[in-house]
Design a protein around this ligand. Structure first.
Ligand code: HEM
Length: 484
């Protein structure tokens, strides 16, 4: 039954409409494993702005590009807070950029992280590291495909991508056979399950008082955050010991220099903020981009003709005597369109990290009090049929204009990195990484699906949606430029 926007108590201000909320749990158990789809159904019923109750907390869900941009870009910092959830405190030693609430210190930490990342992720540097990792991947892929065998590519993509981040952040990489590194990265899935919109532990904290599956996931979350932060702290400590202000080696050194060796350090920041921001960059950066790469591979398997078209474009523009480079990007519109369509179609971060209002605010005529949890439904932007004809169809050509050039406006209106003051700081880096990995892998290899498997778009849920495990066999393209 529809409940219209109600007048809130004595204030007479209009609250957003929303479904009936059950005592104790509110709507927390109604969102299911894929809350963006539940939000889509509720949007059709209640409109672009509606409210829920999660336990005792009030939450508002924002849908559609216009409303989301008005809130995140047009309302200053009022939608840029984070809820004071117990799990958020555990991330990056409590000094997280991504999970920290909006304060002058958080702002300084974000600026520090953004500037250090930009300084050390130039096209040349990213290209060097991706080329090395992609070379290793090609060799591994071909080895595992001997005799036409099928293997699971996603775990290898995770390590390759984490190594790019490790090289940029700490100046080193790990072998694919390094069990400890693989184990550290393998725990990523559980991170996303705790902080994603469908997670109930933060809104039903009494679930932590007795043994149950939610408590187990939460305790795992505690352990994995401690472990990741410990890994990064050890790396930063080594950097401090060998620090030379005249030769900054990587993102760690740039941050140490700015905070610990500067005459005018950013206000309020100390060594723990360097460790917190580094943990965030490493944590956020290695999980997301590798997920995107897994989707890229899955979609190449589902669309073999498109795979051949992409290879033909690469052969025409790059030729067969060298590997693709960052500067080829503007000349490969089909490849760019394919990547944007992958981001749009999968919308694999369908809802951002939860936001919170930092003040009372009016939006679309509704009153939203300070401290309200706000969910930003990016999926709704990317699957809006008013904006994308037939949004459930995978079609890279929607990003090409009549001259087969990339339509930059359309590409820019895919929403996967959020917007406004909380927009992802790794957007440029991850798009460049995605481009280079995809270009090099497709230039050197072709990818073939396992006929015994059904290639489904079903996913593992969490903050990021990941493809279910799938296998592939890889064949080399001639002439091979990567030595085996
Ligand atoms: C395809 C890859 C990626 C996607 C789809 C992605 C997406 C996102 C999203 C949706 C958010 C939340 C924004 C919000 O709450 O409104 C976010 C935040 C963030 N991302 Fe990314 N990200 C990616 C790669 C990266 C990389 C490579 C890095 C760093 C190297 C990074 C660092 C961060 C940080 C530090 C934040 C927190 C920003 C804040 O709260 O102020 N991300 N990202």
């Amino acid at each position: 039954r529809r409940r219209a926007g109600s007048r809130g108590g004595s204030s007479g201000k209009r609250s957003p409409p929303g479904p009936f909320a059950w005592p104790l749990v509110g709507n927390a158990l109604q969102l299911g494993r894929l809350p963006h789809l539940a939000f889509g159904r509720l949007e059709r019923r209640y409109g672009a702005v509606f409210q829920l109750r999660l336990g005792r907390r009030r939450a508002v869900v924002l849908n559609g590009e216009a409303v989301i941009r008005r809130a995140l870009v047009g309302s200053g910092a009022r939608f840029a807070g984070r809820p004071d959830f117990p799990s958020f405190e555990l991330v990056s030693g409590g000094r997280s950029v991504a999970f920290g609430s909006c304060s002058p210190r958080w702002r300084a930490r974000r600026r520090l992280a953004h500037a250090a990342l930009r300084a050390r992720s130039t096209a040349a540097e990213v290209e060097r590291h991706v080329a090395a990792e992609a070379g290793d991947l090609v060799r591994l892929f071909l080895r595992r495909s001997r005799g036409g065998a099928y293997f699971e590519p996603s775990p290898l993509l995770v390590v390759a991508n984490a190594n790019v981040l490790c090289a940029l952040c700490f100046g080193r990489r790990y072998g694919h056979a390094d069990g400890e590194f693989a184990a550290l990265l393998g725990r990523n899935d559980r991170f996303g399950q705790t902080v994603g919109a469908g997670s109930v532990v933060d809104v039903l904290p009494w679930l932590l008082r007795f043994p149950n599956p939610v408590r187990r996931v939460f305790r795992d979350f505690q352990a994995l955050n401690r472990e990741l932060h410990g890994f990064v702290r050890a790396k930063v400590a080594q950097h401090r010991q060998t620090f030379d202000p005249r030769a900054l080696r990587d993102v760690s050194d740039v941050m140490i220099a700015a905070v610990e060796h500067s005459e005018r350090p950013p206000e309020g920041l100390g060594p723990e903020d360097v460790e917190g921001a580094m943990t965030d960059i490493f944590g956020a950066g290695q999980d997301t981009t590798s997920t995107a790469l897994s989707w890229v591979l899955l979609l190449l398997l589902k669309h073999p003709r498109l795979q051949r078209d992409l290879q033909a474009e690469l052969d025409r523009v790059v030729g067969r005597s060298r590997l693709p480079m960052a500067e080829d990007r503007p000349h490969l519109p089909l490849l760019e369109a394919f990547i944007y369509e992958t981001l749009r179609y999968t919308s694999f971060v369908p809802i951002t990290i939860p936001h919170a209002t930092t003040d009372d605010v009016e939006l679309e005529g509704f009153h939203i009090p300070k401290g309200t949890v706000v969910f930003i439904n990016q999926w709704s932007v990317n699957h809006d049929c008013g904006k994308w004809p037939d949004p459930q169809r995978f079609d890279p050509a929607r990003f090409l204009d009549a001259q087969q050039r990339l339509d930059r406006d359309r590409a820019g209106s895919v929403m996967i990195f959020s917007a406004g003051q909380r927009r992802c700081i790794g957007d440029q880096l991850s798009k460049l990484q995605l481009f280079l990995f995809t270009a090099i892998l497709l230039h050197q290899c072709s990818f073939h699906a396992n006929p015994a498997e059904d290639l489904t778009m079903d996913c593992i849920h969490g903050l990021a949606l990941k493809p279910r495990p799938f296998t592939v066999t890889v064949r080399q393209r001639q002439p091979m430029l990567i030595q085996s």
